[in-house]
Design a protein. Structure first.
Length: 143
């Protein structure tokens, strides 16, 4: 059976950013979140043995939830610039590694991952979702 692993890019890079001390290149470009993300990715790939991988990111555009409820996520802490600067670099690295990088304007990463996971399961894939978002537990099935 083919195995698909879907990674919540924002969840994992955020976790990696706070897990590691600040690190930068000689030029001052922050890199701690990139290193942490890649460490997580390689460990998961080894453990899961996935034949297909995609990393799904939230896009900066408002989602349908923001349009329906103006206060959606209004209490979140501001996104650190040191973390924001690492996202395009990470996406570029993932692209060079031939890892699919996905995001759909108007939808959060968990919505995209849930849609892909349901379709993949119907197509016969065993799918693993890696995220810190507990909302995705609602689509869990047993293999």
């Amino acid at each position: 059976m083919e195995k698909l692993m879907l990674l919540d890019g924002m969840s994992l890079i955020n976790r990696a950013f706070y897990a590691l001390p600040p690190m930068t290149t000689k030029g001052g470009v922050p890199t701690n979140a990139i290193l942490g993300f890649l460490n997580i990715y390689f460990k998961l790939l080894e453990e899961e043995g996935a034949s297909h991988v995609a990393v799904v990111f939230d896009l900066p555009a408002p989602t349908f939830r923001h349009e329906k409820f103006a206060e959606y996520k209004a209490t979140r802490k501001p996104f650190p610039n040191e973390l924001r600067a690492q996202i395009p670099v990470l996406k570029g690295l993932l692209g060079m590694m031939n890892i699919a990088v996905l995001g759909v304007e108007g939808f959060e990463a968990d919505d995209v991952m849930a849609t892909i996971a349901v379709k993949a399961e119907k197509a016969g894939f065993l799918t693993t979702i890696v995220t810190g978002d507990k909302d995705l537990l609602q689509i869990a099935t047993t293999a």
